[in-house]
Design a protein around this ligand. Sequence first.
Ligand code: GLN
Length: 194
Amino acid sequence: NPTVGVLALQGDVREHERILHDLGAAVIRVRRPEELAQVSGLVIPGGESSVIDKLSRLFGLQHPIRDAIRDGMPVLGTCAGLIMLADSLVDAIDGQESFGGLDVVVRRNAFGRQVESFEADLDVSGFDDGPVHAAFIRGPVIEHVGPNATALASLDDGRVVAVEQGALLGISFHPEITEETRFHQRFLSSVNAR
Ligand code: GLN
């Protein structure tokens, strides 16, 4: 089995590790370029994207991660992780950067404050065995899907909350806290297909 990584700079790293582990994957935490070099795929957790951005630059990971994405490394980004994968950001803090890779415009904190967190059942394209129960916690929304990316799921009002582009998967919510394993399975399939 190839080894996959969870970017462990900030955020809900442990929840992702547990799901990947339960699915039979070999998992390591990635904090340094040497660790990134050992993995065949990367999960970027939920948390605070501006902090993940800052720490990734401080730890010398920004450029290696960008290079790996360009080389086709599969990446699953949830919430802050989706923000890190977006080519373009709205409502980012001053100077905030992303890794990019997904041809989308993502708006941070699109649903308001922490207290306005909510849950919703979503149909996800490719998941034929029932809806996803999705938890939104100060989540971002995918405001524009460019020609290279494909929307996978939307809210009832039409706002896009999951997107795919090649081996990159970005979602606004947190499957790692609702026992939802299908996104991680999809990610591991991309890793195994490479
Ligand atoms: N609001 C956070 C950000 O901008 C994302 C929230 C989350 O990951 N739960 O990074």
